[in-house]
Design a protein around this ligand. Structure first.
Ligand code: AMP
Length: 395
């Protein structure tokens, strides 16, 4: 059975075609700069890359071009689009209405629309992608996989903010959490690697990429996570601030900042970029820090310190901790940062093997034999998780 996975952004669509249940990736690609100059599609299949540059007006046209690429006589991988049985869509915000992936119907679409005001940069393009796929593949089943749904098990005590209760009743202001597909995938994979049942371990998962979040996973279920109502809360990220005193916003308002300025400040100009004044990219910062750039070093140090602080917090939340998992571009590759985060944590039971850690950039265990808490690097695979959910719901 062939399953197409779609991740639609405001001006891009990422896609992967899977043969399920074997989980073979038959083709993958990216349409970029939709509605802009220089639009293109890049598709990789059988190890070969093909690029098509042409104007692409909207997501519907992007979907037509993706389907045409998949059936192309020279570099396509299927002979007819009817071979695609179902489509799995990444959807960022499902609010508190979904505890798992869902076959898309009018009710699901209405909910994605409803939560668009909480994820204005993500839900509208996700929905545009769904509509384009419904149009291009009218006979395929469509499935929504929400970034929020893994966190549906977080208890009230962890998801409520200490704000007037009416705000929750009236506006549903609460912690939702994101990156759920990634946290669930790596937490499950961790139990597989440990050789225990998927509900038999307490794990802290650290998704450290351009966006960063951590989750406390107790017996296979998310019980707390660092992102909140929106993906702004929690860790230091590429351009997002993560946690800070909200009174800073009132102070800056008094100094003349508008709501729009503050939104841009917190989401686009803060985090690694804001502290370093140079880059939101950890690789660039490591290079700058190695050359003696103090602000780049400070940005890295604050980033690592915040992750360490959350490990402590979530260890307390979980009561007992079996493993810590690092994933995402930074979590999987930034070996020195991992060592920095895991330093001086013997009290918690974390002891990293410096040599093994320095060599590990893919799947591996980087803690010492003696370490009570195991530390794993597990490459995330959100597309596979979406394909697997879509297959399960539609097979
Ligand atoms: P992601 O959003 O998961 O693709 O992660 C992007 C982040 O991973 C960026 O900050 C990159 O600089 C970082 N990253 C990727 N490769 C490396 C590497 N080899 N060392 C340090 N950071 C890396």
């Amino acid at each position: 059975m062939k399953v197409l996975v779609i991740n639609a952004g405001s001006s891009s669509v990422k896609y992967q075609l899977y043969q399920m249940p074997e989980a073979d990736v038959i083709a993958k690609g990216l349409v970029e700069r939709i509605g802009e100059e220089g639009a293109s599609l890049t598709q990789t299949s059988s190890g070969k890359k093909h690029e098509i540059a042409q104007p692409i007006a909207d997501h519907e046209q992007a979907m037509d071009i993706i389907l045409a690429a998949l059936v192309n006589k020279d570099y396509g991988v299927i002979s007819d689009v009817s071979e695609i049985a179902s489509v799995g869509h990444r959807v960022v915000h499902g609010g508190d209405e979904f505890s798992g992936s869902m076959i898309i119907d009018d009710k699901v679409v209405a909910s994605i629309e409803k939560f668009a005001d909480l994820a204005p940069l993500h839900n509208p393009p996700n929905l545009t992608g769904i509509r384009a796929a419904q149009h291009g593949l009218p006979n395929a089943k469509q499935v929504a996989c929400f970034d929020t749904s893994f966190h549906a098990t977080i208890p009230e005590v962890a998801y409520m903010y200490a704000l007037p209760y009416e705000l929750y009743e009236e506006y549903r202001i609460r912690r939702y959490g994101f990156h759920g597909t990634s946290h669930r995938y790596v937490a499950r994979k961790c139990t597989e690697v440990m050789g225990v049942g998927k509900y038999d371990a307490n794990v802290i998962t650290c998704h450290l990429g351009n966006g960063c979040s951590m989750t406390a996973v107790k017996n296979g279920k998310s019980v707390d996570t660092s992102m909140g109502l929106t993906p702004l809360e929690g860790l230091v990220m590429g351009t997002r601030s993560g946690d800070f005193d909200p009174a800073i916003l009132f102070y800056l308002t008094d100094k003349g900042y508008s709501i729009k300025d503050l939104n841009t400040l917190c989401n686009k100009k803060s985090g690694l970029l804001g502290i370093s004044g140079e880059s939101n990219d950890m690789r660039n910062l490591s290079e700058l820090a190695a050359k003696g750039d103090k602000k780049a070093q400070l940005a890295i140090d604050i980033f690592a310190y915040r992750v360490k602080k959350y490990i402590g917090t979530y260890t307390a939340v979980l009561g007992t901790l079996d493993a810590v998992v690092f994933t995402g571009g930074i979590g999987e590759n930034a070996v020195e940062l991992r060592a920095q985060i895991c330093s001086d944590q013997k009290q918690i039971g974390i002891e990293i093997d410096a040599d093994v850690n320095a060599k590990t950039r893919g799947l591996g265990c980087v803690s010492t034999e003696a370490s009570r808490v195991k530390v794993y690097v597990i490459p995330t695979d959100e597309e596979f998780a979406i394909a697997a959910d879509t297959y399960e719901l539609t097979k």
